[in-house]
Write a protein that binds this ligand. Sequence first.
Ligand code: C2E
Ligand code: CA
Ligand code: CA
Ligand code: CA
Length: 278
Amino acid sequence: KGRGAPRGVAWYDPDRDSSQKARLSMMSELRGGLKNGEVKFAYQPKLDLESGKITAVEALIRWISPSRGFVPPDDFIPMAERTGDIRHVTDWALRQAIMQAADWRARGLNLAVAVNLSTNDLMNQNLPAQILALLREHDLPAEFLKLEVTESAVMHDMARALDVLNMLSAMGLALSIDDYGTGYSSLSYIKKLPVGEIKIDKSFVLNLAKSDEDNILVRSTIELGHNLGLSVTAEGVEDEDSIGRLREYGCDVVQGYHIARPLPPAELEEFLKESEYG
Ligand code: C2E
Ligand code: CA
Ligand code: CA
Ligand code: CA
């Protein structure tokens, strides 16, 4: 890209070099953090509007690094996807979520845990066998693990993704399309996928109380989803007014700060005990 450089040959760029170094050192700290307990999950309740109960939670990764402090997932997950370190994140996430769900179940708390997967995971033909082994190891029925995948992860290589998703679905895992509405695709391709749920992206849900346009989009997405036999979740529900509208539109499940923030396991258990939703 440098002036006068032969085509295809990049000049040495010290900025790029140092940012590359910074990325690599962050990723090696992350790998360490996954082993030494710096990385944990926070669990955000998913409220079923029909029953009024919380029957599932979404596991969201939390990294508190001794040198960097709290590092938001959006600051390291995309990077880990580029470097391939996401494999370590997913290995950790699946084990952690399955252990937690099994522990809750052993204590009489039946909560399904939803784990976020990335593009690379859907390209990994060994993922289903890996998950099966973990479920067996922890004696957890498949219905207690749910997986969330984005449209763009599926579209990256639909044929390969379908292979993996079909295996996971055959194992009895519930699959969701996450961030629905942010991609280019329409609901028509979702018919081809073994998914039971779409999650309407929070960008459409956050302004329900204010934006007529978002109300139309959300309402029609719920209708289309139902016509395809899918359950519809809305994420990013921040006020009571939005819950009322979503209920009116027939939305099945809601998730957002108004119900609860993502919580550490002990706080989640406390919340479920005290809340009418528990
Ligand atoms: P996501 O899967 O779309 O997760 C929803 C995000 O919205 C979470 O951000 C959650 O904390 C936030 N959120 C929940 N309720 C509300 C609300 O009412 N208002 C607003 N404004 N935000 C809300 P978070 O935890 O920062 O995670 C960001 C993204 O990082 C996730 O987006 C997901 O794509 C990724 N991620 C998180 N944990 C994992 C993981 O274990 N593995 C992978 N591969 N990705 C993960
Ligand atoms: Ca998600
Ligand atoms: Ca989402
Ligand atoms: Ca997202």
